[in-house]
Design a protein around this ligand. Structure first.
Ligand SMILES: [Zn+2]
Length: 166
């Protein structure tokens, strides 16, 4: 059985016990969470979230890219969210690379320079502050004042708030 076959098998029993029925497409907590794709961060468990309560946006690093702004614009303007939680974490894969190094690696391997920014970082707190600033400065988001940033410790499960520069 491949890993994906196993997932399909798991889904059968999941669907058999599925009890939510239909939930509103608009998140009931009016909340969006932007975080990293890291496999050790179970967003629902770590925050006590349930289905139907929040939008969860994930990418490598939990970076505020144009595509995250696209999703947040839809989340806020069509689906009623008003608050944003940003979560970076300790031991992130993006701390293992540099922008220039990974860009060169991609170019060398493919003959093409990527059109996207790599967005590596060394200081996780500083990167959270940058993400808060990117949200606050986006003209596409009507709700920019209720955004808070955190670092999640993957070894302890503890969430620590990072306060923006005023
Ligand atoms: Zn990460």
């Amino acid at each position: 059985m491949t890993e994906i076959d196993r997932l399909l098998h798991n889904n059968k029993s999941f669907a058999e016990h599925y009890a939510h029925g239909h939930l509103d497409v608009r998140p009931s907590l009016r909340l969006a969470v932007v975080t990293c794709m890291d496999s050790r961060l179970d967003v629902f468990a770590a925050l006590g979230l349930e289905d139907g309560q929040a939008h969860i946006l994930r990418n490598a690093g939990g970076v505020i890219t144009d595509d995250v702004i696209r999703s947040l614009a839809i989340s806020q303007r069509r689906l009623g969210t008003e608050q944003i939680v940003l979560i970076h974490h300790t031991d992130c894969g993006l701390q293992l690379i540099t922008d220039d190094g990974f860009r060169a690696e991609l170019q060398e391997a493919t003959g093409m320079a990527p059109s996207f920014a790599i967005e590596s970082f060394t200081d996780v707190d500083e990167d959270v502050r940058q993400s808060i600033n990117r949200v606050r400065r986006s003209p596409f988001l009507p709700h920019r004042d209720r955004v808070r940033g955190f670092v999640y410790d993957v070894d302890t499960g503890v969430l620590r708030e990072v306060f923006p520069d005023e």
